[in-house]
Design a protein. Structure first.
Ligand SMILES: *Cc1c(COP(=O)(O)O)cnc(C)c1O
Length: 458
């Protein structure tokens, strides 16, 4: 399509929900047919409408539909799509230079991003940061650094965890289908401990943190041998696993268990970090002090950028040439990340995330009183989910219901995502730039979708 009259996104876009066709509409269906002839089937789409513009709290498609955005491109456009500071800084950088390779001839914006992350990360002492291209690459590098610094091979991860789609990171990921099926053999030296998942803990939820901590200690001491373990890797709130907030105190117990055994603690903040939960890093809610932190998704407002931030003596354990990559820390992505930090500060977005969380939790709490299929409401800040279960079952997961409700929301102009090891979680990740009016309208659409789908199911 020639460029002349293409729409402009960002906060100037009309902030309305508008459904003018069936979903997907005729133009999107045409493009979808074209996609099938060009892109492998393994690349799926949650809501297959082709986007023309996005900003504030909406996404506009090729048929002129305007969706309320409760997905933020999977927690990426946290400060808003085409947020002004991000778009302006990235555009200005595109005109200066697009690439030199930081390993060939460096540039200052890379340092500015590292300085910011070092300053903000809740890691004790002197810190260093390396920039990479994606979340998976951040996790890969955190593991390389942890192994080099400790001289140990083992990595311990948790049930329901998600860490990426590369060979190592899919090996670290818990769920088989669709992430691992057919892709083995997997990377060795990966061990999995139970997650302190209060809603599904067998036995009393009050004992969840303590019992899960004992299981971790037992795995380390008896099965693997603590001396063989470089790091324990955990999400502060599990994202793909279904926004599982670990039982209170569990992250603190994990940190203690690691410290007493000389094992490093890597916190994967790729989905929950960068203002999403009302703190810059989600692990701050539990007051823990990790050795290494990975970030990506929300870090550069949609441009590909990931990072590992960690204690200086660990990060410096790898000799020159051992870390890096051709595109890593692209100057355009670095400028975008600096724009993200500007937006968070200028817009008081940590507070905004907390407000959005309060609004969602209050609404969904009320909804769960009326709908027994809502088994659990959980999350922090603008990262909230509901777990759906069979009406009369004993917490039996209801993945089909989750899929039907999501589909109905999409047809009614609300973009929601599903998640969870059992596929029965609806997750809500609105951009922090969404208005109160759109947020409330989105929740109303969701409530109606749940009411209709549970009535039909009866
Ligand atoms: C998305 C995600 C990753 C992988 O990030 P990619 O950029 O998709 O490689 C890793 N860890 C967590 C917690 C994530 O949510």
């Amino acid at each position: 399509m020639p460029g002349a009259s293409r729409p402009v996104g960002g906060p100037g876009l009309a902030q309305v929900r508008r459904v003018v066709s069936e979903i997907p509409g005729p133009r999107s269906r045409e493009l979808l047919a074209r996609q099938r002839g060009l892109v492998p089937a393994g690349v799926g789409a949650v809501l297959p409408v082709f986007v023309e513009a996005a900003g504030g709290g909406v996404i506009v498609d090729a048929d002129g539909n305007s969706f309320i955005d409760f997905g933020s491109g999977i927690a990426v456009t946290t400060v808003g799509n085409s947020a002004p500071a991000v778009a302006e800084r990235a555009a200005a950088q595109l005109r200066r230079f697009t690439h030199t390779c930081f390993l060939v001839s460096p540039y200052e914006s890379y340092l500015d991003v590292c300085e910011k992350l070092n300053e903000l990360a809740p890691i004790p002492g002197e810190k260093r940061t390396i920039l990479v291209n994606s979340g998976a690459e951040a996790v890969e590098n955190a593991v390389k650094i942890a192994r080099a610094a400790t001289g140990r091979p083992g990595i311990v991860v948790f049930d329901h965890g998600f860490h990426g789609r590369t060979l190592l990171t899919m090996s670290l990921t818990a769920k088989n289908k669709p992430y691992k099926q057919g892709f083995g053999p997997f990377a060795p030296e990966v061990h999995r401990a139970p997650m302190a998942y209060p809603y599904r803990w067998p036995g009393s939820p009050e004992r969840c943190a303590e019992e899960a901590a004992s299981a971790l200690a037992d795995l380390l001491d008896r099965q693997v041998g603590a001396d063989n373990v470089a790091a324990v890797l955990i999400e502060p709130i599990q994202g793909e696993g279904g926004f599982i907030v670990p039982a209170p105190g569990f992250l603190g117990r994990v940190a203690e268990i690691c410290r007493s055994r000389g094992i490093l603690l890597i916190v994967d903040e790729i989905q929950a970090g960068i203002a999403r939960t009302g703190r810059m890093f989600a692990c701050e809610h539990e007051g823990i002090r990790p050795d290494l932190i990975t970030t990506a998704k929300g870090l550069a407002g949609g441009l590909p950028l990931g990072a590992v931030t960690g204690r200086a003596e660990l990060m410096d354990a790898v000799p020159a040439g051992g870390l890096g990559g051709t595109f890593s820390g692209s100057p355009v992505a670095c400028e975008a990340a600096l724009g993200v930090f500007d937006e968070i500060e200028a817009g008081d977005l940590l507070e905004r995330a907390r407000e959005i969380g309060d609004t969602m939790l209050e609404f969904l709490g009320g909804l769960s009183d009326r709908h027994p299929v809502i088994g659990d409401v959980r999350g922090r800040g603008a990262m909230i989910a509901v777990e759906l279960v069979e009406q009369d079952g004993d917490r039996v997961p209801a993945p089909d219901l989750a899929a039907r409700i999501a589909k109905r929301c999409h047809a009614d102009g609300l973009l929601v995502l599903t998640a969870g090891s059992y596929g029965n979680v609806l997750r809500f990740l609105p951009p922090l730039s969404i208005s109160d009016a759109l947020l409330e309208e989105g929740l109303t659409v969701l409530g109606e979708a749940i009411a209709k789908e549970t009535a039909c199911a009866g």
